[in-house]
Write a protein that binds this ligand. Structure first.
Ligand code: ADQ
Length: 485
């Protein structure tokens, strides 16, 4: 960890809390997720602030709860207020109908409406205002993700001299896709106003560098390894690959707990000796759920010996439920589940079990432990934490991870995962069959390699690496990580 005692301001679309109203009373609880648990100690140690939206319109009256939460958490929460039209045009519009599809290679789903762009700039200014109002003129500002690419530039325009870094959680697209963005020059220039820009993988960083070569050819780069430097109009901008990870030890602890062990026993009993193939995703078109179902259907058609011996447990967390495209995707998935079950079910066996809900942490971990295989098959994904969580919870090392080549996680987990092209449904069917037949020793070795890698490169190391790249004077001694092309 860098020795600098500089304060830290984290900026993300949402605050790390969930505000909700029940019986007319607002309540607050800490958000789940690795980012929150990794940032909290750093924010506490350095003295810090987290800037973000509460995630709920009309939560102004609940803001006093944020103060109570801050006192307990040991760092401040600084809320950004978004109006209804901001949520529509900035969040659902620019973030989810422009950048999300474009950066995940779904450019045909983009709606490049100019009003979305204007709303994005307006809302980014609100976040920049919140950073300024939080004081801490010497703090380092760490901005997260594609909703907020302009915050660094806007801060400078407002006279802030704070240093700032940015991390993109989703992929950066190949240059030919990026060029379709009507505001491509302005977004790229805004990113170069940060002192450090971080990506999940080398591939994302390479795509970014190619966009710079095409659009800003005067910008030169120097160095090699996980962090390189760009010379931008006399300034140095660092650009790095920092694969995000999970709180490995916390997942292992939960997996070992008595409560989870009990749940695993009931799941095993319910499976009646069948192998559970687990798929857990947020409902999103980037996660490739219909292709996965198609691949599984193909496996059942080709290999009747799988009948009654495997069950696909498809669990989806509701997401962006107000958006018609997501509603349509849900209907498609439910139709496909019905079709597969209609074709292959036998008394006492449904080939697909489907749940559309968010699981509690212990329940999720119990599923990870009970599954003989996890099928993580996004068409494109920045990293994919489900893949890493599955490995961390696989205490018995008897599980196979089937992983899409197009998940950022594939760069680190290729030494143990069965890599698949998620668009190749026949290939997926074959891979399902073959991996279920792997000798136990091979399964164990593969899982062990992945677990070792994730344990060494956990979310705390990710935070350290990013801050090391932000604060270190020289990059010569920056550790080469296990990120691969
Ligand atoms: P996401 O697209 O949300 O994140 P992912 O990394 O897979 O994708 O994280 C999903 C999280 O949701 C996991 O922590 C998982 O445990 C949880 N989850 C999934 N299904 C669940 C269920 N049914 N119930 C409860 N929890 C569930 C974005 C990028 C990713 C990147 C992360 C972090 O799109 O590529 O890995 O940010 O940078």
């Amino acid at each position: 960890m860098p020795s600098s005692s500089q304060g830290l301001i984290v900026v993300s679309n949402r605050l790390p809390v969930v505000l909700s109203k029940a019986d007319g009373e607002w309540g607050i609880k800490a958000g789940a997720g690795g980012l929150v648990s990794a940032m909290a100690p750093v924010l506490r140690d350095r003295g810090g602030t987290w800037v973000g939206w509460t995630g709920t319109e009309g939560a102004h009256e609940a803001e006093s709860l944020l103060g109570d939460f801050s006192r307990d958490a040991g760092y401040s929460l600084c809320p950004v207020r978004l109006e209804k039209e901001d949520v529509a045009d900035f969040y659902y519009g620019f973030a989810n109908e422009v950048i999300w599809p474009l950066f995940h290679d779904f450019q045909s789903l983009c709606n490049f409406y100019p009003r979305y762009w204007r709303s994005y700039l307006k809302v980014n200014k609100l976040y920049a205002d919140a950073v300024i109002s939080s004081g801490q003129p010497d703090a380092y500002v760490w901005v997260h993700d594609y909703h907020l690419m302009h915050v660094g530039q806007l801060l400078k325009e407002m006279g802030s001299t704070r240093r700032a870094g940015f991390f993109l959680h989703i992929p950066f697209p190949p240059v030919d896709n990026y060029l379709k963005l009507p505001w491509r020059d302005r977004v790229l220039s805004a990113l170069l106003e940060y002192d450090l820009v971080g990506f999940q993988t080398y591939r994302d960083r390479r795509n970014f560098m190619q966009a710079i070569n095409v659009l800003l050819p005067h910008v030169k780069s120097q160095g090699r390894g996980p962090v390189v430097e760009l010379l931008v109009d006399g300034r140095v901008v660092r650009v790095g690959a920092f694969p995000i990870s999970i709180d490995y030890r916390s997942f292992v602890r939960t997996a070992r707990s008595a409560g989870v062990s009990e749940m695993v026993s009931s799941l095993n009993a319910a499976m009646q000796q069948r192998k559970m193939l687990l798929a857990v995703d947020r409902l999103d078109y980037s996660k490739g759920i219909p292709y996965r179902l198609e691949g599984y259907k193909e496996a059942l058609s080709r290999y009747p010996e799988l009948h009654e011996n495997v069950t696909l447990m498809q669990i989806m967390v509701p997401s962006r439920q107000e958006v018609p495209r997501y509603q349509a995707l849900k209907q498609d998935i439910e139709r496909m589940v019905g079709e597969i079950n209609g074709l292959f079910s036998k008394p006492g066996w449904n080939p697909v079990e489907y749940q559309y809900r968010s699981l509690g942490r212990e329940e999720l971990v119990a599923y990870y432990r009970a599954a003989a295989m996890a099928i993580v098959s996004p068409l494109r994904d920045g990293m994919n934490l489900v893949a890493k969580e599955y490995c961390a919870c696989n205490l018995g090392k008897r599980g196979v991870l089937m992983l899409s080549e197009f998940a950022g996680a594939a760069a680190q987990l290729q030494n143990g995962a069965v890599l698949i092209n998620p668009f190749d449904t026949e290939g997926m069917a074959q891979a399902i069959k073959e991996s279920l037949e792997f000798p136990q020793e091979q399964v164990r070795k593969r899982m062990e390699r992945m677990r070792d890698g994730i344990r060494k490169n956990d979310i705390f190391r990710w935070v350290d690496m990013f801050l090391l790249a932000a604060f270190s004077r020289h990059l010569n001694d920056f550790p080469t990580s296990n990120v691969r092309d």
